[in-house]
Ligand binder design. Sequence first.
Ligand code: ADP
Length: 586
Amino acid sequence: MQVFLDLMWFFRQHKTRYITGIILLIMVALLSLIPPRIVGLVINALTHHELTHAMLYRDLFIILVTALATYGIRYLWRIMLFGGAIQLATELRTKLYDHFTIMSPEFYHHKRTGDLMAHSTNDVQAIQETASEGVLTLVDSIVTGSVVITTMAFLNWKLTVVSLLPMPIMAFAVTRYGKMLHDRFYLAQAAFSDINDRVQEYVSGIRVIRAFGQENWERKNFITLSRDVVNKSVAVARIDSLFDPTISIIVGLSYFLSIAIGAIFVVHGTLNLGNLTTFTLYLGQLIWPMLAFGFLFNIVERGRASYERVESLLSVSPTITDKKGAKEQVPSGAITYAIRQFSYPGTAHVVLKDISLVIEQGHTLGIVGRTGSGKTTLLRLLLREFDLKPEEGDIVIGGVSIQDVTLSALRSSIAYAPQDAFIFSQSVLDNIAFANPKASREDIVKAAYQAGVLEDIEQFPNGFETIIGERGTNLSGGQKQRISIARSLLQQAEILLLDDTLSAVDARTETHILDQIKNVRQGRTTIIATHRLRTVEHADQIIVLENGTIVEQGTHEYLWSLGGRYWDMYRRQQLETQVERGGVEV
Ligand code: ADP
């Protein structure tokens, strides 16, 4: 029953709703006592030949009114309890969603999407059931059960004791089943998470799976997981299905005892026929509270497992948060990197070392280097996707450490087009406007033009209104990148970060985009990370990264004149382009 205490915060918030619901449930229990009593009285009157028409009509009328009142009250308590539970589910889902949005990338490295989906669907559903059917079965088994039993005891306490004798067996059986159910349900939920994960990965990686002809292999994998879910769910169902038969046997035994012993009492004249009839009808009314008692354990066990899972997820605090006293001031000015060394959390591998760099406000910085040299990490640190520890160094904008301003202020000053452009399955327009939902259509079209994607969009079947398939499946890599650039340009932020976002764009379009960026971003800082040196040739400053360290730094002309790494890489890329073009000088 721990889960009811866990959910107490919610019940308190919705006191009136729950108290009304419970009072209505008790009213139904009391009303249900009336018809059996009347039936008993009618039978007694019949046996004594005292039943008159008037009495019969009056009794039938009372039974009818009771039935109608029960109908209305049942409708109302359902709205109260079930409506409350839906609110709880909505609240939990919102809590989870809010929590997911503040968690840092580190969290997502450890959690699988399928797990998170299972928490937001299955687990929330199980908790919702606890707050509705759980409360219902709790009240019905305990309150209704006691009301009926007490009334039965008033009729004949000896018969009540005898007919309730099988009850302890039931209490023992359901407690035992409940425990087994809890363990098995936990395993079944975990298996469900696994399969959720697999399907998610399968759907998003369908192109790769097809390209490598791995459909059959994936299918086999899926079948194995699916069997596992079936086996574990069947294990739950096996226990679940023991509940009803066990309870039926016990109910049958109770009936047997009450009629057998009751008949003896009638023969000996200690109980009249009407009261025995009323008694057996009451016993019939005990079936639901008894069943509810069984269900209660079942629901509560499920609810507890799910609540534990959701709580443990909500209790993980985000690693990147606003520092105490952080200012809500949008940072502006020169960017200074002073990093002694940086490793990703939980790893020993040093990714950046001895980075000392100043980017003047309004300048363009080019970061070049091989894959894995640390280009993206430099940008992610500026965005505070990971925080530098004090001993690792600091990044300062306009004299203020990025850790001294709030995350929202920092991120509003930075527009970021990441390496793997994420495209939502919405219209092209919405995808670009994502950075600034209030932007006018004119501004969106302008951003698309600047990003060199306007012509492409105009050729789409519905232009800007074309809906993009999930994760941009109907777009080319270059189109995705350019939409992502348009999105970042629309933000008109103080700092623009392009992380290898021009890699799939042809040379002519690239020149157009770079010209546009230079034009529209005058006086604002731009950082372009790329492995293609031509992209940053015109930058005010270029740094060459190698194994996380700056090995060369300066303008294109200066680096070229050095005849070092930059020169070497540049020459090699020139040759590659020349070969691609069939020997024409570039
Ligand atoms: P680049 O952008 O130049 O290709 P990255 O900054 O992405 O380089 O990566 C630099 C190094 O950091 C690589 O060795 C990479 O394996 C490592 N790395 C990147 N992201 C993570 C992460 N989240 N956790 C651990 N190591 C990482």
